[in-house]
Design a protein around this ligand. Sequence first.
Ligand code: G4P
Length: 528
Amino acid sequence: MSQSVLASAAGVAVQAGRRRTFAVISHPDAGKSTMTEALALHARVIGQAGAVHGKGDRRGVVSDWMAMEQQRGISVTSAALQFSYRDTVINLLDTPGHADFSEDTYRVLTAVDSAVMLLDAAKGLEPQTLKLFEVCRQRRIPVITFINKWDRPGHDALALMDEIEQRIGLKPTPLTWPVGIAGQFHGVIDRRTGVFTRMQRSPGGADLAIEEEMSAADAAERYGADWDTASEELDLLEMTGADHDQAAFLAATSTPVLFGAAVANLGVRQLLNILVELAPAPTAQPTVAGTDQPVDGTFSGFVFKIQANMNRAHRDQVAFMRICSGRFERGMVVTHAGTGKPFATKYAQQMFGQARDTIDEAYPGDVVGLVNATALGIGDTLYVGAPVQYPPLPSFPPEHFAVVRTSDTSAFKRFRRGIEQLDGEGVVQVLRSEQRGDQAPVLAAVGPMQFEVATHRLEAEFGVRVQLDHLPYEVAARTDAAGREILKKESNVEVMTRVRDDALLAVFPHRWRMRTIAGRHPDLRLDA
Ligand code: G4P
């Protein structure tokens, strides 16, 4: 290998080592948008908290691509926010926050190296957090837990630790511990150094928190019983061995825990420090060939999200790619692993919401938006040099089904184009049913909100008014051609073809119907 190739590989390894790519997982309303603003504020991406994704008067300078998002005040699209903190480049991947709209979030989690689990101190683990955590567990994504909203009444800190351990089986290892119960937050003790930092909201709360380190003696005098309680709790934690263990954190069996209040920027600096110091940098990625692609290998990446028509000023399709190895340079011609065809990356951008910057280079862990990328689909691998292919992104069994039609025959072409577009982006899964024909495809979704997004976009972007008829099915399982023949003789079941991958899906009204039928036909292939 030539000197210059070796030098550039070393450069890539250093750049990759500086990256922290993560997502915040939480239940709606736990404070994800607020935390995103607070993180960006600490990195000084924006002057005052609120400019990225504010609510109320501070609302959406940058985010909220779709009119629907604005109406509902939720984020249904995803992108990445990049900023530097200390000498680290942080990539925060945005995930949709709605409880019903989860398929997209799951895909974002294929592109991160760690996750921050945000819990509302008064609510603990909520359903959407549990679902997202399950994906992290399956993918062995290390999780940092941030107990948010400590500025107002909530559960007891030790009880929250118990809840995490009992309900999700992760060992909580608090790195900071609050002095003062939820609602009377004075500051945190760093469990590794023993230093107490007093924290106060800045006037108005829109600026960095005011922090002051205090000696134990001064804090004990000032906070009396609250200090004593925190000290006793710390002794208890020590006795139960709840100390940070880096190997266990990286193996996703323990979770460092921090306390704070995103709305007042309390504990946010500590979270950023932990991301820099403990969260993993990008590492070698497993490929379909069974090998691991090292971060300092030649360029490779995969598309984890497709988004069309993100705003009216740019009517285009953007493919979001996570870089896994090598250095990305705008304009470089890469190979599309699926087709072997070249793809020119002339228009590479970095984007968060409607803000776009052209980027010239990027490294493992970074997210690049490829504009005018109609040839790319979700899960596609792009590479330079020796062929690399990453495994397909997981597809989730749909639980909601509806036939979609348009009564406007003159709009049928646009209708078909729109359906194809939504399928390509993974907004919904599109199924073909023999008995309903081409004019009435079936939309399948993990959450019902995906239907709303689909119908809204068909109307807004393709000018087609559609009618949805919900089908009484809730369970889908993969079958094969022989299975389809068997199931034709059964009632309350249908077999449809998923357009994306030609998979045959048998759909049932409920699980016990599926079990009854399966029990009758021992040879029937059904993979739920
Ligand atoms: P999400 O993206 O997870 O859905 O949550 P979001 O940040 O929108 O926060 C949900 C609500 O919780 C917001 O209040 C927000 O201000 C509040 N919140 C977030 N973090 C904290 C915190 O640390 N402490 C307290 N007390 N509240 C917090 P809202 O009433 O819905 O909106 P707003 O009118 O206050 O902006």
